[in-house]
Design a protein around this ligand. Structure first.
Ligand code: URP
Ligand code: ZN
Ligand code: ZN
Ligand code: ZN
Length: 484
């Protein structure tokens, strides 16, 4: 049965216009003014609403083993939460155990993700280096359709890789047409700072923030950018949280480097005062890496979204219950790192961005879907309201209000770091490949409705960057025999 969304304003990253949207099956068949409803079609009245691409959250950790426990939201609860907030695709992290083959880790993640209610893809983590990993990366890209590899410059003794390993993996990415991602914090210095905090008796969650100041993120961001440049690959920096990291990215982009930055909705709205609470639970629930920063850093991140020097707003949804957080009651180093946000990202960003005039609604679409779809090389299949695109859509009611409360959320954890925030602007309807997944407070998407999305290698920016790198590569100086 065809579906016609009538009377709304279609918002894409580059323009908005009054238009109807006709959907056949899973895809958009037409976007035009005054489309006549085909016989037998269902009709959605979008009067007073915006019709936008469903959000893409490129940074989640669902059912992930981490710091001695496993994240509380799995692919079912996480993607259902996402759909209620207008997000129709997530990109999760496939994290091999130490020594585990990338290929078997991929199979594990495919099994876990069978319950997903929304579409999903994976980044593959590279947490060490070997010939096996070098070889398997090719299969990951060419057979599994994964064109991004994640690297942790922090979490020493667990996931962290050193500069030599980064160079090897980045160079391999360059050759395969894949993009390296980095968690940029200097893990050696973080480990030393953590010891120093414990030695000073700073054992609570505030010690977490003190041990990972903006300087360690700025340094690592600069270093990752340099290594990417040396190996000739574009680079994506996840959870950019501070001015120092933003400035490193902006400086690189101004010098022609292909570098992208991803602030999280948490860092845009929450600040370091969260760690000064007298309530241990409150502060521990907000322990994540990088930690929340002082206000001046938030201003820098918002400016980056406005200037285009930062491109994507994500969540790094990595949810742990209060009980799990309590593993670190006597030692902040044992508090599982991570916060939630999947169902709140879009309404919060609309409220704090579009509602305040910091972002246009087109910029909102850019940073919640279109930009990351291009970076991931799935545009315009995802991230656009256009003929031929997947019908992943949100009918956005700018007048709807939503009070964020843990007691009514879809995420499985027992608190919400945005508790008490009220959003103006929320999805009335979320469509996932043409099916109504969420409508007026009713979750209709089911377990297993999501589909694995393959992403081809060699996005246009990669090709352009490699071409330029080859053209400007060092050349040997031709010389005759050296005369005595
Ligand atoms: O604290 C965080 N961000 N936890 C999830 C793992 C990561 O670093 O992204
Ligand atoms: Zn038709
Ligand atoms: Zn990270
Ligand atoms: Zn993460």
């Amino acid at each position: 049965m065809p579906l016609l969304i009538r009377g709304g304003t279609v918002v894409n990253h580059d323009h908005s216009r009054r238009a109807d949207v006709l959907i056949h099956g899973e895809t958009i068949a037409a976007v035009a003014t005054a489309i006549e409803a085909p016989a037998g079609s269902a009709i959605i009245d979008a009067g007073g609403c915006y019709v936008m691409p469903g959000g893409i959250d490129p940074h989640t950790h669902l059912e992930m083993p981490f710091m001695g426990t496993v994240t509380a939201d799995d692919f079912e609860s996480g993607t259902k939460a996402a759909l209620t907030g207008g997000t129709t695709m997530v990109v999760d992290h496939c994290l091999p155990d130490p020594g585990q083959s990338l290929l078997s880790a991929y199979q594990d993640w495919r099994r876990k993700s069978e319950v997903a209610a929304a579409d999903y893809g994976f980044h593959m983590a590279v947490t060490s280096w070997s010939k096996q990993i070098h070889d398997e990366m090719e299969t990951v890209v060419k057979t599994y359709g994964i064109n991004t590899f994640k690297h942790f410059m922090a979490y020493k003794g667990a996931l962290m890789v050193n500069d030599d390993e980064l160079y090897n993996s980045f160079a391999r990415c360059a050759g395969l047409g894949a993009m390296p991602l980095v968690h940029a914090e200097n893990g050696d210095i973080v480990a030393r700072m953590q010891e120093a905090m414990m030695a000073r008796g700073v054992t609570g969650p505030e010690g977490h923030a003190y041990s990972r100041p903006p300087e360690v993120e700025g340094e690592a961001t600069n270093r990752a950018i340099m290594i990417a440049d040396m190996t000739g690959t574009p680079l994506y920096v996840v959870h950019t949280s501070c001015r120092e990291a933003h400035e490193a990215i902006a400086r690189a982009r101004a010098a022609g480097k292909r570098v992208y930055g991803e602030p999280l909705i948490q860092h845009l709205l929450l600040d370091a005062r969260e760690y000064a609470s007298k309530d241990w639970n409150h502060s521990a629930q907000r322990v994540m890496s990088p930690p929340f920063r002082d206000k001046v850093h938030q201003d820098s991140l918002w400016a980056g979204l406005q200037a285009g020097s930062l491109q994507v707003v994500a969540t790094d949804h990595c949810a742990f219950t209060t009980e799990q957080k309590r593993f670190g009651l006597d030692d902040f180093r044992k508090i599982p790192n991570g916060t939630g946000g999947l169902e709140d990202r879009m309404p919060l960003l609309w409220t704090a961005g579009v509602g305040t005039g910091r972002l246009t609604k087109e910029e909102f679409v850019a940073v919640t879907s279109a930009n990351i779809a291009r970076i991931l090389n799935i545009y315009p299949r995802k991230g656009a309201v256009a003929t031929g695109s997947d019908a992943d859509l949100v009918v956005w009611d700018p007048a709807a209000t939503k009070a964020i409360r843990a007691s009514t959320q879809f995420s499985r954890i027992d608190y919400n770091v945005f508790e008490g925030f009220t959003c103006t602007g929320a999805p009335a309807i979320t469509l996932s490949r043409g099916k109504i997944a969420w409508k007026d407070g009713d979750l209709r998407a089911g377990k297993g409705d999501g589909r694995y999305i393959e992403r081809p290698a060699f996005p246009p920016v990669h090709v352009a960057n490699s071409t330029w790198k080859e053209l400007t590569a060092p050349r040997a100086v031709p010389r005759g025999p050296v005369t005595p």
